[in-house]
Design a protein around this ligand. Sequence first.
Ligand SMILES: [Zn+2]
Length: 224
Amino acid sequence: MISSQYEKDILDIPQHYNKLEVVTQNGEKFLSGEIEIKDEEGKIWETYSVLIKGSRQYPNMFPILFETGNAFPKIADWHVNIDESCCIDVPESEIIICKNGLHAKEFIERYCIPYLANQKYRELEGYYLYGEYSHGIFGKIEFYQSKLKARSPLQMVQMFDFILKGQILNRTAQCPFCHKMKFRNCHKDAFEELSIIKPYIYFDGKEQLIPFFKQNPNYILPSS
Ligand SMILES: [Zn+2]
């Protein structure tokens, strides 16, 4: 059994998604069937065959989505992991999203269906409607920048340090990065959120971002 919580949470999902059923294979319960992508008028745009399995860290990490109908290539460029599971978000972001536990039903609504809709859009139009994270280090930088809105790579590294040190600032204190601004109006929420993933902040910074910024002194952060 991968996650008893997951096996319990999925029992009433077929009531909401009648094309999904709970199956048991090798002692593991998971969801199998179809997910329909509908347009605004409720017209079915595409139907995807899927398996949705539990993960060990569920509900503090996403369940694992597999598309089984060969609807899109199982390669990184199509946001598919090496084990052929769908790559819905970077783990850093996943942990923050699931910080209070994310129920399997919410996962389907808020992450599975948008992921599959985005795949369909790309199949038709050749690109992703809602943008996408790049792969590898650029994906990490984009993720951190979407939260931190740093003005420079150096400032991003300084923010990492600040988060790792876990300094407590009063909400009305001046932000050490934005000056004049009150902390609660700019970086307070982002810093609190990112402090949930301190081990990632530490390793991504030390192993990837800092060496990358050193090798590429003229690199400009993506705008967010
Ligand atoms: Zn700030």
